[in-house]
Design a binder for this molecule. Sequence first.
Ligand code: EPZ
Length: 422
Amino acid sequence: MDKLRITGGRPLNGEVTISGAKNAALPEICAALLTADPVHLNNVPRLRDVATMRLLLDNMGVQTETHGERGGMSFVAPDSLNPEAPYELVKTMRASVLVLGPLLARFGRAKVSLPGGCAIGSRPVDQHIKGLQAMGAEIVVEHGYMVAQLPQGRSRLKGARIATDMVTVTGTENFLMAAALAEGETVLENAAQEPEIPDLAEMLIAMGAKIEGHGTSRIHIQGVDRLHGCTHQVVADRIEAGTFLCAVAATGGDVVLRHGRADHLDAVIDKLRDAGAQIEAGDGFIRVRASGRLKAQSFRTTEYPGFPTDMQAQFMALNCIATGTSKVTETIFENRFMHVNELVRLGAKIQTDGKVAVIEGIDRLQGATVMATDLRASASLVIAGLVAEGETIVDRIYHLDRGYDQMEAKLRGIGADIERIK
Ligand code: EPZ
């Protein structure tokens, strides 16, 4: 199992390129299932989760190929494809549920393993099932699989008004893809507004879909009979960018993020500025400068455009060595404080009580061996290692590799003393 060895205390200076967004690339790979025409994606990040999703489609009979330069990836999903997603692949990545909508929309049937829980919570898919049933799908859960089909005599899903019990990002994405080929109009009431949703919608529109309101909480989709191929550029990863902003704020330094989209990070940038970091943004870049100790910031995670849950662990690492006491409230997932015990091993002073963590800022963390438990917790531990005194070993960094494209190479490129040990 790979580990990262980090020697802390060095400022970060220079320039780093932000990759395509994991949480846009995953649904957009699934969107290729909606047509038999070739679909080309550019700026696809090199991540384990992307490799897993590609394997999932490959397993169904989709022809996939990568074009090294510019992170290009092409897909051809033939009519003869096998619309099944097996447990062995789905259990490692819950985003596999994103094949359900497109398979039902195009093939009228699907057999997709239930994702199972993960480190940050139970993460059910009941809203996905409820919404697709509203569109006419018959879905039963048997032997750990969702078995979905259209009723006798129906060859297409039908448009519906869908109001989920809570905002769900992949739920919204499943409904967008299903509705694109459904008969009639679909209205998504409390749709997710994360930037990956409009990015997926723009790709579907390039394929011939009729969608309005994407990026707001109310999306209208007018179903069409068929969709054609397209070429789409995956939007930059706002969580990778936010992670680097927090890292530089914590270590001090001056870094330019190429391709970073400040307009997708308002809540995080506001908090970093309040903490004392200087952040300026221009066309296709974000520059962050910081020196000395910052002021700890309290925040609560909420749906976009609020403070993203995917940035909670990283900002908490910054709060550990900032001045003052801060309170972090996690409102989206029920168990997203797995990084706290590991940060405490590095000397952090954190108390948790349910959804709330209270962090008392201290001067310095001490390097130690810590263990990654989930994707963003790993990023939090890397940031802590970059500022801790001495050497930190972060174990189980396959979690990090799921969602960060060459993290240690990018950090080394801006001056971090970090290396991967096999
Ligand atoms: C997406 O997960 C992201 N993953 C997550 O990023 C992100 O943390 C999350 O949205 C919230 O922003 C991808 O886009 C691949 P949800 P998703 O459905 O769609 C509950 C990362 O680090 N819920 O918006 O699975 C759910 O339990 C990952 O990149 C139901 O109860 O999250 C949670 O409490 C981690 N039933 C809340 O809603 C459902 O059917 C929000 O979940 C669906 C969701």
